[in-house]
Ligand binder design. Structure first.
Ligand code: ATR
Length: 294
C-alpha cells in the first residue's frame, strides 16, 4: 500500500455547478491541466438542485474555493449573483466561469474566447472583414456573435426559427463602423443566397446533436464551396450531417470540441493566472479527440 498524495491539506478546490453535470468532461480537462502544469488543484462536479443555487455559491465561497464553472441551467442566473461582471459576460448576459477572491465573486464568460481561440487555431484565420452567418440565437449564438462583431466581421447574418430572438441579438450587438448585422427568419427565401455568400457559417443550434444525427440546420441549402469554413458547435457526433455535407463539397469543417476545450483552458488561466502554452493546448486537444472517440 502507498499513501495517496494527489490530494493533501494544501490542495485547493475548483468545480462545476449545474444540473445535470454527470456528462461534463470539465473535471477530466482541468485535472489533466493541473497534473501537467504541476498545480495543486482538484476539480469536482457539483450537481445543484433547482432553487439551491444561492446556497451552493455561498457554500463554495465559505469553503474558500478558487473558482468554479457554471453550466446549464444556471449561467444566466449566475450573472445576477456575482459581485462583478466582465465586459463580455455582461454583453452575453451569462456567466460560465467564476473566480472567488477577497470575499468577492467575479463572473466571466469564456465561451466567446473559447470559440475565437479554437476557430483561429483550427482554421489559421480570424473574423476581420468576413461575411458570417450564425444559425440560432440562443446562449451559444450570443457569445459567438458578440465576439465576431468585436473582432471586426464585416457582415453578420443571424438566422433563427424565432425571428424575435434573432432580432434581439442583432440589436444587442449593435453595429460597429463599417459593419452590418441583420436578423433573418429561417423560412426567408433569401437564406440560400445569404449562406452561399458567407465566408463562415456557424451552427449554434442543437440540430444534428446526438441522438438527432440526421438533423440538418440549413433547410435545403447544400451549395457549399471550397472557400467556406463551416463550424458546428456540436461535438457529439464529431461529424454532424452539416459537417459531412460541407466537407463533401470542399469546405473546411470544424466541430465544437475545440470551443469546449479552449473555453475551459481560458477559465483555468483566469483562476490560476498561468498562461497555457500552445503546445500543451494542442496536446490536450489530441488527447480529448481520442478520449471522446471511445
Ligand atoms: P444554447 O445555449 O446551446 O445556445 P439555447 O439557448 O436553448 O441553447 O438556443 C438554442 C437555439 O437553437 C435557439 O436559437 C433555437 O431556436 P428558437 O430561438 O426558435 O427556439 C434553436 N433551435 C433548437 N432546436 C431547433 C430546431 N429543431 N429547429 C430550429 N431551431 C432550433
Amino acid at each position: 500500500m502507498q499513501i495517496e498524495m494527489s490530494i493533501t491539506g494544501k490542495t485547493r478546490l475548483l468545480g462545476i455547478i449545474g444540473n445535470p453535470v454527470e456528462h461534463s468532461i470539465s473535471p477530466q480537462l482541468h485535472n489533466t491541466l493541473s497534473k501537467e502544469l504541476g498545480v495543486d488543484l482538484a476539480y469536482v462536479p457539483f450537481k445543484v438542485e433547482y432553487g439551491n443555487l444561492e446556497k451552493a455559491i455561498n457554500g463554495l465561497k465559505a469553503v474558500n474555493v478558487i473558482g468554479f464553472n457554471v453550466t446549464i441551467p444556471y449561467k444566466e442566473e449566475m450573472a445576477r449573483l456575482v459581485d462583478e461582471l466582465s465586459e463580455e459576460a455582461r454583453l452575453i448576459g451569462a456567466v460560465n466561469t467564476v473566480k472567488s477572491a477577497d470575499g468577492k465573486l467575479y463572473g466571466y464568460n469564456t465561451d466567446a474566447e473559447g470559440f475565437s481561440r479554437s476557430f483561429k487555431q483550427e482554421t489559421g484565420t480570424g473574423f476581420e472583414d468576413k461575411n458570417i452567418a450564425i444559425v440560432g440565437a440562443g446562449g451559444a449564438a450570443r457569445a459567438i456573435a458578440v465576439k465576431i462583431a468585436l473582432e471586426g466581421a464585416r457582415q453578420i447574418h443571424i438566422i433563427n426559427r424565432t425571428f424575435s430572438k434573432a432580432y434581439e441579438l442583432a440589436k444587442l450587438i449593435g453595429e460597429n463602423p463599417g459593419q452590418t448585422i441583420e436578423a433573418v427568419e429561417s423560412g426567408n427565401p433569401r437564406i440560400n443566397d445569404i449562406l452561399a455568400g458567407s465566408d463562415i457559417i456557424v451552427n449554434t443550434t442543437s440540430i444534428g446533436m446526438h441522438p438527432d444525427k440526421d438533423g440538418y440546420p440549413l433547410g435545403n441549402f447544400l451549395d457549399f464551396s471550397g472557400r467556406q469554413i463551416v463550424y458546428d458547435v456540436i461535438y457529439n457526433p464529431a461529424k454532424t450531417k452539416l459537417l459531412m455535407e460541407a466537407e463533401k463539397r470542399g469546405s473546411k469543417i470544424v466541430n465544437g470540441l475545440g470551443m469546449l476545450l479552449f473555453q475551459g483552458m481560458y477559465a483555468y488561466e483566469i483562476w490560476t493566472g498561468l498562461k497555457i502554452p500552445s503546445d500543451l493546448a494542442g496536446e490536450i486537444q489530441s488527447l480529448f479527440i481520442n478520449y471522446l472517440k471511445k
